[in-house]
Design a binder for this molecule. Sequence first.
Ligand code: GLN
Length: 486
Amino acid sequence: MDDIHQLTISQAHRLLQERKTSSVELTKASLRHLHEVEDKVHACVTVSEDAALRQAEEADEAISTGTTNPLTGIPALVKDNMCTEGIKTTCSSRILEDFVPPYDATVIEKLKAHKAVILGKTNMDEFAMGSSTEHSAFFPTRNPWDLDCVPGGSSGGSCVAVAADAAVYALGSDTGGSIRQPAGFCSVVGLKPTYGRVSRFGLVAFASSLDQIGPITKTVADSALVMNVIAGHDPRDSTSVSNPVPDYTEALIPDLKNVRIGIPQEYFVEGIQDEVRISVQAAIKKLGELGAKIDWEASLPHTKYALAAYYIVAPSEASANLARYDGVKYGFSYQDTRNMWQAMEKTKQYGFGDEVKRRIMLGTYALSAGYYDAYYLKAQKVRTLIRWEFDQAFEKYDALVTPTSPTLPFKIGEKVDDPMQMYLSDVCTLPINIAGVPAISIPAGFANGLPIGMQIIGKPFDEETVLHIAFAYEQATDWHNRKPPV
Ligand code: GLN
């Protein structure tokens, strides 16, 4: 078989079970293909080939004794903001360029416990701040559907790798849309779980009250399989919850009888491209044909304040979280100075890129005496209001459906010097992090050869309904089967 790198998790698992292939064979095929496409897309920061092959050998041993999980022996990539013991974790930043963590993030521990194979680490916007992966300190990642376009961000590398079959699946992180927006731009499935569902231990913090790790996969069924492994309580993350983890694959039912779906009008106005609106509306009609009861008149009027609130809360938390990169404890350290203060100053000056500096300044300003009440406190109140509004909506609906992003993938360079335009790329995804609820982006069409994503939003800890609707839609369409030209 020369196309085994194209398999989904479910397909690869079956072949491994039937001994029709081995993890080593699968891993080698993935690596071969990864190197082929990497020249064009630049999705990876680190490829840990030797470690991956060792893990594959161990997986084959486990398979031969019969004890396996669907992820056993399957090659994955991980966004470069999750700590991997002995393997560089850079956050695509100069300041962590040579940082090798002495421990694994909980999600990595869990993957390893099931003998998953980790091929390496993917490129991202520096410290996950951005929507195009152009803010990586190393190189931009390119969209496999059109190499002149951005793949979205900040989990651009992970989404590109999955779309281009360089890995069977990947992990990303989502603070304001960083899993879903690039998933939409690359035509893959990206799930942001409920805040607290997946441990953040070992995830390099950007905005701690918003960050969440989630799966990036080729199909909805694969998303459920990864969630089964990564979800759950972790005593090392006090914000992770102890609700039992269901078997998410049980949610994969192909019809939508009795499912009530609300379409919040606020997500279809101002700035949305016609192509996106038309495709997503057609996709929603399809959900209706599958049995769902669609209410086109749902409303979340406070949506318009979400972007402003996010750009106070997220930078405020970032400014606190990034204070630790002082050149003393770990990471890049500027040495050639007269005193300690100058060393710290220079470390940050050379270690951080412009977007990161902008966030630190915004956050420091919003938290400073005299402005705290006017900005930070106000933003927190807006956050409460937005959360409450989602609660209200979920009394009437089982889920809400919106576009993932207001536009098609844009050209590299088009927005990189215009922060406001870049921030607007996440208008549809940010409110979901503010509310802390789960949401998925799934392939829902193409225009001009570029992918369009549909976002399905669920109640807190109801990833099952989100997966259910996503699965039914996927079964009834074949957008997810298209492969990018690369
Ligand atoms: N694009 C948003 C930002 O720059 C969200 C990023 C993310 O989810 N990590 O903050």
